[in-house]
Design a protein around this ligand. Structure first.
Ligand code: ADP
Length: 307
């Protein structure tokens, strides 16, 4: 009988511009590791990282709570979390822990859940961080690569990425509000103009076509959002400069990663990616902000760590 399972899950970027709450892409920038161990009773969280340890406020804790209830599991569970994904920067940190936990729980109790079920359980975790359930980050983190999330009923469609697709991510060293995703969801307009929705629809469709055709340039050129980005960019000091610098350095498209404040530029492997990263750093520097830049590519989804 297995009593302990470790799963590693990747960081992810949500939205990809026009695909708000719909598109997600797992990226190999950072990974979370979650180890679930069967205990006699209760749910406990062990971590050295600066995240809530009350299971009700931790994405991994909420996933375990829901899965325990759903499958009438009597055991207790100890959740050990080793964060690699920085929390609160739009890199799918809360989702990474939730995705790793759902996949680990499935393995620990041999539930053999489908991908859609795993995403659904991982999605419960997002309530702890974002206040609402949304599946874009968890779907990417569970399945890997590019995903499209359809809801009612939940159905996640995954498409292989072009092998030359690369991203440059700039993670600014700024203080983020505790409930950042909740705050940044609050600034999005409830009503949108038809012309704007048409533009976003055309760009979102082109992103999907870009993944289908394995065309990184089409994907990157279509990373344009006229609805959410204009409403959120004021929350990221220097955003416009970071974006313009990256475009001038050769990026195809630039947008906010998830709810921010990280900024992500889309490009391809034959381009000068270091130049794009340094252009983005200079953009943040213009506001006296340091940032970490990472060149990354699409990642595989959550995987069981054998040792
Ligand atoms: P991100 O895009 O990094 O997920 P969010 O703001 O959506 O950013 O989530 C980060 C918030 O979620 C932080 O306030 C953090 O304390 C909380 N949180 C709860 N559980 C976790 C977890 N297991 N990993 C990371 N953040 C968590």
């Amino acid at each position: 009988m297995v009593s302990k399972i470790t799963v590693k899950a990747p960081s992810s970027t949500a939205n990809l511009g026009p695909g708000f709450d719909t598109f997600g892409l797992a990226i190999d920038a950072f990974y979370d590791k979650v180890t679930l161990t069967k205990t006699k009773k209760g749910i406990s969280i062990i971590t050295d990282d600066n995240i809530p340890t009350n299971p009700e406020n931790n994405t991994a804790g909420l996933v375990v709570k829901n899965m325990k209830k759903k499958f009438k599991i009597k055991n207790g569970i100890e959740i050990q979390i080793k964060k690699g994904i920085p929390a609160g920067f739009g890199m799918g940190s809360s989702a990474g822990s939730a995705a790793a936990t759902a996949v680990a729980f499935d393995k620990l109790f041999n539930l053999k859940l489908s991908s859609n079920q795993l995403v659904e359980f991982a999605g419960f975790g997002e309530k702890a961080s974002a206040g609402t359930i949304h599946y874009d980050n968890v779907a990417a983190s569970v399945l890997g690569g590019f995903v499209i999330v359809k809801t009612n009923p939940l159905n996640v469609i995954s498409i292989n990425s072009p092998t030359d697709l690369r991203m440059c991510v700039a993670v600014p060293k700024i203080d983020v509000p505790k409930k950042k995703t909740k705050v940044s969801r609050g600034v999005i307009p409830e009503k949108v103009k038809l012309v704007d929705s048409v533009q976003n629809l055309a760009n979102a469709s082109s992103i999907v076509a870009g993944f289908m055709k394995k065309d990184s340039e089409l994907i990157g050129n279509s990373i344009q959002d006229v609805i959410v980005e204009p409403a959120r960019q004021h929350m990221i000091p220097g955003y416009e400069k970071v974006k313009q610098n990256a475009l001038k350095a050769g990026a195809f498209g630039v947008t906010i990663s998830g709810a921010g404040p990280s900024v992500i530029a889309f490009s391809k492997s034959s381009f000068d990616l270091k130049k794009i990263c340094s252009a983005m750093s200079k953009g943040f520097k213009s506001k006296n902000i340091d940032c970490q830049t990472i060149i990354c590519k699409p990642s595989k989804g959550a995987i069981h760590q054998k040792k």
